[in-house]
Design a protein around this ligand. Structure first.
Ligand code: NAP
Length: 312
């Protein structure tokens, strides 16, 4: 009897104290940026064209300003040329479309982004569709999204790229695995579900895409070998929703005031990390996970654009 209890205890502790490994976005993003820097150096040494990224920033939203400045700064770090085009928040849609036409025709600019969100009087859809698909390094143009769906070469947008690249570089097996994606947004859930299901590596997973109308969510998430969470609800995924040994990718980012922190705030994801992590084999932290991959994705797409590797 004592032996049986001891075996049960050991099994229990194995189950609930499983040591997990962090999927380190900072490390992977650093690797990618270092590879790009090397490649640009070699291109320049051979007399090739220096990649050139442009960014359009409308208005003075502090978050957008921070993102764009960081993107431009990273261009310098990897050896790209960069151009920042600024407009006041009252710029007209017509003026913006004119600039987009100019950038489409400018042979020196390989790729560019229009930082979102835009002021309400400008149609984001119109702007996204006006960007030349060849220069759409954000991967938002419908043609590039369509190419992704057809498993054709394309610019994969930042967050799905970041998720896939983390899984790839940590050698997480995906073939034949059950992958559950929580959230079906155009920028995260939908594209990542397509990438996980495509015939490729990472890929070849059996994918279930869940959204706010999904019934019996917990029963579905508990089947997941790989759980990708992008629903925008702080700490929504709890331990009872996760299978032992699962790989969990948390895309969510939420900022809360916290006077105990030096910064005055703390960040959390869509997953209740403290209770979920011990059940996982691998998990992304927040911060330090997927969010840090965004810049690397943009730099990678700009390099691909410069080399003409997507639209040959
Ligand atoms: P979003 O556009 O708000 O989409 C959320 C999705 O979650 C929707 O498909 C929604 O379903 C689904 N959903 C909401 N409540 C649900 C529930 N109770 N059960 C099941 N599904 C539910 O969000 P997003 O833009 O994809 O972003 C998601 C999170 O990731 C946010 O926290 C965002 O800040 C973060 N994010 C991070 C990065 C990064 O770089 N790390 C990038 C982008 C976003 P319906 O479609 O039915 O409404």
């Amino acid at each position: 009897m004592r032996d049986e209890i001891s075996v049960l205890c050991t099994q229990h502790s194995k189950l609930f104290n499983m040591s997990y490994q962090l999927l380190d976005g900072k490390k992977i993003s650093g690797q990618i940026l270092a590879e790009i820097t090397e490649e640009v150096k070699s291109i320049k040494q051979k007399g090739g064209k220096q990649p050139h990224l442009a960014a359009i920033l409308v208005g003075a939203d502090p978050a957008s300003e921070t993102y764009v400045v960081s993107k431009v700064r990273h261009c310098e770090k990897v050896g790209f040329n960069s151009t920042l085009v600024r407009y006041n928040a009252d710029v007209t849609e017509a003026e913006l479309l004119k600039k987009i036409q100019e950038l489409n025709e400018n042979k020196d600019i390989d790729g560019y982004i229009v930082q979102l969100p835009l002021p309400k009087h400008i149609s984001e859809r119109k702007i996204i569709e006006a960007v030349s698909p060849q220069k759409d390094v954000d991967g938002f143009h419908p043609l590039n999204v369509g190419r992704l769906t057809l498993n054709l070469p394309t610019y994969i947008s930042a967050t799905p790229y970041g998720i896939i690249e983390i899984l790839k570089r940590y050698n997480i097996p995906t073939e034949g695995k059950n992958c559950v994606v929580l959230g079906r947004s155009n920028i995260v859930g939908s594209p990542v579900s397509i990438l996980m299901a495509r015939n490729g590596n990472p890929g070849n997973a059996t994918v279930t895409l869940c959204h706010s109308k999904t019934k019996n969510l917990k029963e579905i998430t508990k089947q997941a070998d790989i759980l990708i969470v992008a629903i925008g609800k702080p700490e929504f995924v709890t331990a009872d929703m996760v299978k032992e040994g699962a790989v969990v990718v948390d895309v969510g980012i939420h900022r809360f005031t916290d006077s105990s922190k030096k910064s005055g705030y703390r960040l959390t994801g869509d997953v209740k990390f403290d209770e979920v992590a011990p059940k996982c084999s691998f998990i992304t932290p927040v911060p330090g996970g997927v969010g840090l991959m965004t810049i690397a994705a943009l730099m990678k797409n700009t390099l691909l654009a410069c080399k003409g590797e997507i639209y040959k």
